[in-house]
Ligand binder design. Structure first.
Ligand SMILES: NC(=O)c1ccc[n+]([C@@H]2O[C@H](COP(=O)([O-])OP(=O)(O)OC[C@H]3O[C@@H](n4cnc5c(N)ncnc54)[C@H](OP(=O)(O)O)[C@@H]3O)[C@@H](O)[C@H]2O)c1
Length: 247
């Protein structure tokens, strides 16, 4: 079994990890649909796309219905859409917590649930969440983001058991800092709030990784490809760290 011809949705596919992953899947012959809120970055990937806000359940269901009718039953969902904002806990009000949970946790749940019926019908499928090392350990100034990503890991572990007998696997990938637009804006934010230079900020983030480097988006894409392979069919309910040994 290969992913040739399989319909796979990648949320947040217009940039960073999502764009790299979508291209890697398409290169292996999958029918890939990317989703996100902004049209221009989606268009730039030259892949079929659908506008979708993963925080909105009805919007996700409608978007999945459109692409299902255009490109066929959904075999895989890569729930990658996410956002990060760091704040000291005294500033983590309910609105901030809700916004982090909405995109990083509820967005994953909405996306998995919208793809589930086709996978149950086929007795086959893959669900992969791009979580974070912040789903496995804490980081200062990231309590809301880490709470959401820990939630994703809990969701994945539970759903994996619930549907294990249905030929569907559910896993999370937990990378450390990856060089993407999301990291760029996090670095810019830290520079603004501290007296550190860009190099100092980068050094302070890199030092958490024993390999002394940022993760690259193509490493995440390769992990997704492997989890989609037939050889990984018994890998289920895992939270796979890509962190150079940080965790
Ligand atoms: N970069 C890192 O250091 C790092 C480390 C560990 C884990 N991660 C995780 O990796 C994933 C990908 O992040 P990235 O680094 O590739 O960042 P990115 O380039 O900023 O990509 C995030 C994507 O998510 C989409 N998105 C955001 N909110 C959305 C919403 N409500 N509905 C639909 N799409 C939405 C964005 O598109 P629109 O704005 O157009 O919607 C964008 O394409 C995220 O889940 C992130 O938490 C990143």
């Amino acid at each position: 079994m290969s992913i040739q011809g399989k319909h796979i949705i990648v949320t947040g596919g217009g940039s960073g990890v999502g764009a790299k992953t979508a291209k890697a899947l398409a290169k292996q012959g999958a029918k890939v649909t990317i989703m996100g809120r902004k049209e221009t970055p989606l268009q730039e990937q030259c892949l079929p796309y659908q506008i979708c806000d993963v925080t909105n359940e009805k919007n996700v269901e409608a978007a999945f219905d459109v692409v299902r009718s255009e490109y066929g039953p959904i075999w895989g969902v890569i729930a990658n859409a996410g956002a990060a904002k760091s704040l000291p806990f005294k500033k983590v009000d309910q609105a901030h917590l809700q916004s982090m949970l909405a995109v990083n946790l509820i967005g994953v749940s909405n996306s998995f649930r919208a793809g589930l019926p086709d996978m149950l019908d086929a007795n086959d499928g893959r669900m992969i969440a791009i979580a974070s090392t912040a789903g496995l350990k804490g980081y200062a100034y990231a309590s809301a983001y880490a709470a959401a990503k820990h939630g994703v890991v809990g969701l994945v572990r539970s759903l994996a058991i619930e549907i294990a007998s249905k030929g569907i696997t559910v896993n999370a990938i937990c990378p450390g800092y990856i060089e993407t637009p999301l990291l760029d804006s996090a670095i810019a934010d830290i520079i603004k709030k501290s007296s550190m230079s860009r190099i100092e900020v980068e050094k302070s983030l890199i030092k958490g990784n024993p390999q002394d480097r940022f993760i690259q988006a193509d490493e995440v894409a390769e992990a997704v490809l492997w989890l989609c392979s037939n050889g990984a069919r018994s890998v289920n309910g895992h939270a796979m760290a890509l962190s150079g040994g940080e965790i």
